[in-house]
Design a protein around this ligand. Sequence first.
Ligand SMILES: Nc1ccn([C@@H]2O[C@H](COP(=O)(O)OP(=O)(O)OP(=O)(O)O)[C@@H](O)[C@H]2O)c(=O)n1
Ligand SMILES: C[C@](O)(CO)[C@H](O)COP(=O)(O)O
Length: 247
Amino acid sequence: MGFKCGAEPEAGGTLMKREKCTAIVLAAGQGKRMRSKIQKQFLLIKGKPVLYYSLACFQKTDWVDDIILVSSEDSIEFCRRDIVLKYGLTKVSKIIAGGKERYDSVYQGLLACENCDYVFIHDGARPFITEEMLNRALDGAMRYQACVVGMPSKDTIKISDKEGMIAATPDRRYVWTIQTPQAFRYSLIREAHEELRRGDMQGITDDAMVVEKTKGCRIKLVEGSYENIKITTPEDLMIAENFVEKI
Ligand SMILES: Nc1ccn([C@@H]2O[C@H](COP(=O)(O)OP(=O)(O)OP(=O)(O)O)[C@@H](O)[C@H]2O)c(=O)n1
Ligand SMILES: C[C@](O)(CO)[C@H](O)COP(=O)(O)O
């Protein structure tokens, strides 16, 4: 153990033949903000489950070797029968149970990886990823060990104090809203999660934060897309219905 951040960017490009790339797709959340009886990742957009779309993108991307699907314990059988088998998602090598928090589900996914060199961590609630986006993220991870997709903020961002008063206005040229997938060299993200789990995971909302807090490596930002929304509240589903026409 003891991952060292690369001082200089490594050459990006294609994976070497022996290098293995695994996608961990998270679908173990409760979807409380969606206020729906069915977990939001299983709701339908144009007749197919939200979760299907990102799995299908990893499936068709040549250099993704396998997919680990993380679901809640009682949805494993549904995922196997009604998503993986139904849509012929042959790269899904394991369907495992997640944990209480998102970072617990990620950790279970990391433990399930076998002989993995690079890993994508992706929210199953973000259906609109593309192969180009995966390419940019992997290229960034190969150069910098860690790379996340996001988009420059279209809005002016304010930081508030505890009383709800404006405390600061960051320079918008440097403000990004962060999405998934987030791509990492496997050894880096596995060690980072293990280190932080020995300490305080409070307030951890993405995987880049885990690396920031433990390893201090520079993490590359690349463009995702403004369509790469996370299905979080009911109106997101209506927006998604429009985006899916373009796939
Ligand atoms: N314990 C958890 C929590 C979240 N997730 C997954 O992480 C992604 C992003 O999380 P979020 O949108 O917050 O999903 P939920 O936790 O399901 O939503 P909510 O916070 O509204 O309950 C989703 O694909 C969700 O299924 C997970 O696998 N395990
Ligand atoms: C990982 C993430 O999707 C990046 O935007 C986001 O942080 C997940 O947050 P949530 O609290 O689980 O919605």
